[in-house]
Design a binder for this molecule. Structure first.
Ligand SMILES: [Zn+2]
Length: 460
């Protein structure tokens, strides 16, 4: 494209789908933003490249607020880095994501943020970072408000699990919320009681119960439910909004419902694996190599939990479906824990297929509406994390991050189509419908394999 030539796109004849409703309207995209919305034709907008979206849905680009690219673990880093992970995101219709800074104990938060930003620079999409809090002391406490004011960090993440590395306790979460709440931020919490888990892990190992099936048994539903209960209490006491990540149990989701009924600012997130997989993936009669891909925390639960989570998506209790994308290779990483389940790196990935999975198993089965689908995967996470004025909507002035969704496409997930770098995929073999046929980011059509914008001629 010539230097001063501005690429303009006109998306016509599609059905715009947003959280609040749907309408047959056209969009003009210019200078990276949505310039106009209404009924247009080529003659009113000369110089635009026309995209015919007849029979398609036009939706805001996906926003995934919970991914872990290049996450360090004793078994090496999670296998998607910011480049491959963001390319997988784009291939699946997700145009923005949020990852985490995970400072080591003793490390300055600002220093950890600087290093993580360097690592993240190779991302092909726009992104944000949450700040992990892996210890609480006067030095850490003093960094929190300056990070919010100067570095635009407004979400902090606490892990109640993983106490021997990055986890903190309830008292420390209380102290964190007491600082973050009044300053206008939000605290995300991984709700699993670390002490209960450590106790069970030690017991199983001492009894010689070392195989992968003991992972889930060492992290019972009560570990999550008790932690969610406590965190809601702390959120109420400190008046600090809480965002509960990856809720895996129906009872956990019910607690979010009652907190919301009480008027508390408590948000709930779940993930595709809790909605679509059940405990049969941990069948002890299976070989451990078959079970390893499903080792993640909290673990996959029973079918009743799955059903309840869907109900809680449908009734609006849960705000977000994120991926917690954190895949580790089966060979060379997960298999390091074959003789000791506590050494298996935890995590799986679904950023490539989040939208297609939720569309197929949520919208097409009428468990959620297509408007809820957009809300859960884009609008709500953008709003909760302070990007609602620019992302998750199809309004003039918003970023031109848009997906043209072909509802008729069908395919089966295989490891070859996943784009991610991982050697296994927990959704392999799932038959899915719909696809992001065209992905537009900052007003440019994206080559979904490379993550680069296509060079487009301007139509006359
Ligand atoms: Zn996570």
């Amino acid at each position: 494209m010539a230097k001063n030539e501005i690429e303009k796109l006109l998306i016509r004849n599609g059905k715009l789908v947003e959280a609040g409703g749907s309408s047959m309207e056209d969009l003009v995209l210019e200078n990276g933003i949505i310039a106009a919305r209404g009924k247009f034709d080529a003659s009113t907008h000369p110089g635009c490249r026309n995209i015919d979206a007849n029979g398609k849905y036009v939706i805001p680009g996906g926003f995934d607020p919970h991914v872990h690219f290049s996450l360090p673990s004793p078994a090496g880093k999670s296998c998607d880095d910011f480049k491959s992970g963001s390319q997988a995101a784009l291939a699946g219709g997700t145009t923005s994501f949020m990852d985490f800074v995970t400072p080591r104990r003793g490390q300055s938060l600002m220093e950890a943020l600087r290093l993580r930003r360097e690592e993240a620079a190779e991302s092909q999409t726009s992104f944000g970072l949450h700040m992990g809090i892996s210890e609480w002391n006067p030095k850490v406490a003093a960094e929190v408000v300056p990070l919010m004011e100067k570095d635009n960090i407004r979400s902090f993440k606490a892990y109640l699990a993983y106490r021997d590395s990055i986890g903190i306790g309830y008292e420390e979460v209380y102290e964190l919320m007491r600082v973050v709440g009044p300053a206008g931020g939000l605290v995300m919490v991984h709700c699993e009681e670390g002490e209960m888990i450590s106790r069970l892990q030690r017991r199983f190992l001492s009894e010689g119960k070392t195989r992968s099936t003991f992972h889930a048994l060492s992290r019972p539903p009560e570990a999550e439910i008790r932690a969610i209960e406590k965190v809601i209490e702390i959120s109420a006491k400190t008046n600090c909004p809480a965002y509960i990540v990856h809720i895996s149990t129906g009872r956990g989701a019910d607690l979010i419902a009652s907190a919301k009924k009480d008027g508390l600012r408590v948000y709930g997130e779940t993930c595709p694996h809790y909605l679509l997989l059940d405990e049969s993936v941990y069948d002890p009669s299976c070989d451990d190599m078959q079970i390893l891909p499903y080792i993640l925390s909290p673990p996959i639960r029973v079918k009743d939990d799955q059903a309840r989570l869907w109900e809680r998506l449908s009734d609006g209790t849960l705000d977000v479906v994120a991926t917690d994308h954190c895949p580790f290779n089966l060979y060379g990483q997960k298999d390091r824990g074959l003789d000791d389940f506590t050494k298996i790196p935890n995590g799986a990935g679904s950023i490539r297929h989040r939208l297609q999975l939720l569309y197929t198993f949520g919208v097409l089965t009428s468990k959620i509406t297509i408007n809820q689908f957009v809300s859960l995967t884009s609008t709500r996470p953008a709003e909760i994390f302070g990007m609602g004025h620019r992302k998750g909507k199809l309004l003039p002035g918003c970023d031109a991050d848009i997906v043209i969704w072909d509802p008729d496409f069908e395919t089966t997930i295989t490891i070859d189509t996943s784009v991610c770098r991982c050697d296994s995929d927990v959704f392999e073999g799932f038959h899915i419908m719909g696809r992001p046929e065209t992905v537009i980011m900052n007003g440019k059509i994206i080559d979904q394999r490379s993550g680069n914008p296509f060079s487009l001629p301007v139509s006359k």
